[in-house]
Ligand binder design. Structure first.
Ligand code: ZN
Length: 156
C-alpha cells in the first residue's frame, strides 16, 4: 500500500471503543510506523533487501512483542495498555494492507517467503506508476474517501 496507511489508522481510531486525541495519535503512528524502515532501506542498506524483510514488517515480531508486552503493561502500567493495544492493532492493519500487493512474511520464522494477495506487474517504467495505475489502487482511494467521509461527519 502506497498512500492509505494514514487514513486507515484514522478509521481504526474512529472505530476503536475508546476515543481521545492521544489514542488517535497512537493509531496514526502505528499505521505508518512500519514504513519508517524506508530510512534504513535507502540510507543504510542502499536498497539491498526488500524492506518487508525488516523486523518492523514481520508479523511474528509484533505478535511476540504483544504477547510479552501487553500482559506486563496490564500489571505494571495499565494506563498505557489502551495505547499499546491500539498501536499493535494499527501495525497489524498496516501489515494486512501491505499484504494486498506489497507482500508480507506471514510465515516467518518458518519461511522467508513474502505473501501478497495480488501481484502488480511492472506495466510502467516507474514502479510507482505501475501501482497507481493498477486496479488495486482503487482500494487506497476507497480508504481515503471513507476517511474523508468520516472526518466530514464527525471531525477528529
Ligand atoms: Zn509497509
Amino acid at each position: 500500500m502506497l498512500t492509505a496507511h494514514l487514513p486507515s489508522g484514522y478509521l481504526l481510531a474512529k472505530s476503536w471503543p475508546r476515543r481521545s486525541k492521544a489514542l488517535m495519535a497512537t493509531a496514526l503512528l502505528g499505521a505508518v510506523f512500519p514504513d519508517f524502515d524506508m530510512l534504513w532501506f535507502y540510507l543504510v542498506d542502499h536498497r539491498a533487501f526488500h524492506h518487508h524483510h525488516y523486523w518492523v514488517h514481520i508479523p511474528a515480531f509484533w505478535a511476540l512483542l504483544g504477547l510479552v508486552a501487553l500482559p506486563l503493561l496490564r500489571l505494571a502500567w495499565p494506563r498505557v495498555l489502551p495505547h499499546a493495544a491500539l498501536l499493535l492493532a494499527a501495525v497489524f492493519l498496516h501489515l494486512l494492507l501491505d499484504s494486498m500487493t506489497g507482500a508480507i512474511a506471514w510465515a516467518w520464522p518458518w519461511r522467508d517467503t513474502l505473501y501478497a494477495l495480488f501481484e502488480v506487474p511492472a506495466s510502467q517504467a516507474n514502479w510507482v506508476l505501475s501501482f497507481l495505475l493498477h486496479w488495486t489502487f482503487l482500494a487506497e482511494i476507497a480508504i481515503w474517501l471513507a476517511a474523508f467521509a468520516v472526518w466530514r461527519r464527525s471531525g477528529w
